[in-house]
Write a protein that binds this ligand. Structure first.
Ligand code: NOJ
Length: 554
């Protein structure tokens, strides 16, 4: 292995600032709230904190609609608060990672306000404008990722603009070199402030096809997902190499692209020495319940082998070149204990099972806030209770597909992004200790039992397990660079794999089922390093049991 980089040998912790810790009592989290919790994060073993967007924003999509790329949203604090956070984190050897949302801006960004004002202003070509079809309808039948047409009509220009996501998120025109230069300058602004890396949002959509055409409808609304029509369009890598040259090169940072639509076979073009990013968030393993695109009403029960196959394919994809960001949760996904264990069982054991995989696969583990506590989904009674824009879009789509309101709501319960956005559960005080005011989203009722304070005091808690296994990873070089091999590949109950380097071999085995799962004789050899039950398993793994063994090999 080449010289280890700092970000390969640490855990990254993702913070959703709006829901993390409120120091002002206004019901939304803030930057000072993060600074206040740095010791907690250090104790957990985090070496970097990825903050979802904290820039000025109308918050239609909770910050993924940016109206100023070099400012701080007053809701979260000031630039001085950000500088303090960066400095205080650095004192603890923790880097701050910013989220770059460069496929689109907010429709309130001054660039868009100017662009939409006429067809001949200085920024008229900064977004994707097209004429209507002869009948006045949208230029194509593309559906935006949050539902509804991906085009919105603008009467000032008498044209439509494209938005891959919400109407309030117009896509920037990367073909225009002035746009690219402005975006690169903003990223360099944050590098000068000392940030340790970037997560790059929705990056597979920045290149659009040369010709815009209707696609074959994929649902009852007669539309086709914009993803099908524009993701990973040839030519995208030219833009990205320029991005790398103008921003990333020469800095001791990491970059992780959000890359829905890039296949494992394409990874070498995207990550590593000859690629663009340090790592790429893939989607295959989190999309196992879906038939095709991410349509919430089209989910199927999935065999464990599908999840294992996706994870193994990703491991293989970066075995020689590049690096992998391991994750089960983020702000766009339901809580992993519910999502990956739809058959139920003890959620504490489920959380430990996923932690065990997260910390022993090859790559950099990403822990999402509350995952280290085993936080779970919420289940609200009405669609109105949900804030998440995509929950509303998917609910409407399900109704169009002929599902009843109750069925449509059940898809929201299982998938909603709000599941991951409820307030961080700090303690048993009102609102889970997140705010003294009224939280912008209600806390999950179970905060009285699932919370950081209680788990800190409990040696058997999910949090204690996380702390232990994050440390274990740092003391075992084989977990950093050992070769990955999947074991028991056909087994539908157990996910098992080995990591081998020199004469050390570490084996992880996790029972995903709520039944006992038989192990082949002599499968677990050597010393048990960690496990989710108090004692070692015998011939079988107990329900949801996870174990890690180390042995010496010749
Ligand atoms: C992906 C982000 O993670 C998600 O939260 C956001 O809604 C979309 N990109 C649009 O920026």
């Amino acid at each position: 292995m080449k010289a280890t980089k700092w970000w390969q040998n640490t855990a990254v912790y993702q913070i959703y600032p709006k829901s993390f810790n409120d120091t002002t009592g206004n019901g939304t989290g803030d930057l000072r709230g993060i600074t206040e919790k740095l010791d907690y994060l250090k104790d957990l073993g985090a070496g970097a904190l990825w903050l979802t967007p904290v820039y000025p924003s109308p918050m239609v999509d909770n910050g993924y609609d940016i109206s100023d790329y070099t400012g701080i949203n007053p809701q979260f604090g000031t630039l001085a608060d950000m500088e303090e956070l960066i400095a205080e984190a650095k004192r603890r050897d923790i880097r701050i990672v910013m989220d770059l949302v460069y496929n689109h801006s907010s429709d309130q960004h001054p660039w868009f306000i100017e662009s939409k004002s006429s067809r001949n202003n200085a920024k008229s070509d900064w977004y994707i404008w097209r004429d209507a079809k002869p009948d006045g309808s949208a230029p194509t039948n593309w559906r935006g990722i949050f539902g509804g047409s991906a085009w919105t009509y603008c009467k000032e220009r008498g044209q439509y603009y494209l938005h891959t996501f919400a109407e309030a998120q117009p896509d920037l025109n990367w073909e225009n070199p002035e746009v690219r230069a402005a975006l690169f300058a903003a990223a360099n602004f944050w590098l000068d402030k000392g940030v340790g890396g970037f997560r790059i949002d929705a990056i597979t959509y920045i290149k659009k096809p040369a010709v815009f055409e209707d696609g074959t409808p994929d649902a009852a609304d007669g539309m086709v997902s914009v993803h099908t029509m524009t993701a990973n369009t040839p030519g995208i890598l030219d833009f990205l190499h320029e991005f790398r040259r103008e921003v990333f090169d020469g800095h001791d940072i990491f970059t992780v692209g959000e890359a829905n639509g890039v296949s494992v076979a394409e990874l070498p073009d995207w990550v590593g020495e000859n690629g663009v990013f340090s790592m790429l968030f893939e989607f295959a393993h989190v999309l196992v319940p879906y038939e095709g695109g991410e349509c919430w009403s089209k989910m199927l029960p999935w065999p464990l082998t599908k999840l294992k196959g996706a994870l193994s394919a990703s491991q293989a994809g970066v075995a020689k070149e590049g690096w992998y960001p391991i994750y089960f949760e983020n702000h766009d996904r339901a809580r992993s204990v519910n999502y990956f264990f739809p058959h139920g069982g003890d959620t504490r054991l489920a959380a430990k099972a996923l932690a065990t995989i997260l910390m022993t696969l090859r790559g950099t583990p990403f822990i999402y806030e509350g995952e280290e506590l085993g936080m779970t989904n919420v289940k609200w009674d009405t669609i109105e209770a949900y804030d998440d824009i995509s929950s509303h879009g998917q609910y409407e789509l399900a109704l169009k597909e002929g599902f009843s309101p109750a069925e449509a709501l059940s898809f929201v319960h299982f998938n909603s992004r709000d599941n991951a956005r409820t307030p961080m559960q700090w303690d048993t005080s009102k609102n889970a200790g997140f705010t003294t005011g009224t939280p912008w989203l209600p806390a999950n009722e179970n905060y009285r039992t699932i919370n950081a304070a209680a788990e800190q005091a409990d040696a058997d808690s999910v949090l204690s397990y996380y702390k232990q296994i994050v440390r274990l990873r740092k003391t075992k070089p084989v977990l950093l660079d050992g070769v990955y091999e999947e074991l028991l590949a056909d087994n539908e109950q157990i996910y098992a794999f080995s990591r081998t380097a020199g004469n050390r071999r570490i084996v992880t085995a996790v029972n995903f089922s709520t039944e006992e799962a038989q192990l082949p004789a002599g499968f677990l050899k050597g010393v048990r390093l960690i496990g989710s039950y108090a004692d070692a398993p015998k011939a079988a793994l107990r329900p949801l049991e996870a174990v890690v063994y180390e042995e010496e090999v010749k």
